[in-house]
Design a protein around this ligand. Structure first.
Ligand SMILES: [Cu+2]
Length: 146
C-alpha cells in the first residue's frame, strides 16, 4: 500500500512537470453539436478543436453520462460505399486544428441513457494524453440543420 501510494505520487509529480502549461484555454473546442437521430439510433457528435498549446496533444476518447458508449470514428468512402472505422487516438500538433464533421471524424454516441431533444444540451468529456480531460457542452441539432 505504501509502495503503491508512492508510485502514484511519483506519477502525479511527473505529470505536473510535463504539463506546466495545462491552463484552460490552450485547447479550444467550438461548434460542438450532436446530430440527433430519432429513436435509439446512434447519434454523431461533431466539433472543431484548436490546439493552442505549444505541444502535440493526443485525443484518446470521450465519455458522457448521457450515452452508454462513446467512440471515435472516421467515415470514408470506398468503392462508392460509405464505411466507418474506429479511431483509437488522434494527434493534434501544436497550433493545429482538427474538425469532427460529417463524412470524416465523428464521435459515435451509442446507448442513449436519457431522452434528448433538439435544442437541448449534453456534456461530453474529451479525453487526452498529457492533458486534463475537458468537458464540452454539445447542442442537439436536427440532421436537417447540419
Ligand atoms: Cu460512426
Amino acid at each position: 500500500m505504501h509502495r503503491l501510494s508512492r508510485t502514484l505520487l511519483a506519477g502525479a509529480t511527473a505529470f505536473a512537470l510535463l504539463s506546466p502549461l495545462a491552463h484552460a484555454g490552450d485547447i479550444d473546442v467550438s461548434d460542438a453539436r450532436v446530430r440527433l437521430l430519432p429513436g435509439d439510433v446512434p447519434s454523431a457528435g461533431y466539433f472543431s478543436l484548436h490546439n493552442g498549446s505549444d505541444r502535440t496533444v493526443t485525443l484518446v476518447g470521450a465519455s458522457s453520462d448521457a450515452f452508454g458508449q462513446v467512440m471515435m470514428h472516421k467515415s470514408m468512402e470506398k468503392d462508392g460505399m460509405a464505411h466507418m472505422h474506429a479511431v483509437p487516438s488522434l494527434e493534434v500538433a501544436a497550433g493545429e486544428d482538427i474538425d469532427f464533421a460529417p463524412s470524416g471524424y465523428h464521435l459515435m454516441l451509442m446507448k442513449r441513457s436519457a431522452p434528448l431533444a433538439i435544442g437541448e444540451q449534453v456534456t461530453i468529456t474529451l479525453e487526452f494524453e498529457q492533458h486534463p480531460a475537458m468537458p464540452v457542452t454539445f447542442e442537439a441539432v436536427s440532421p436537417a440543420d447540419m
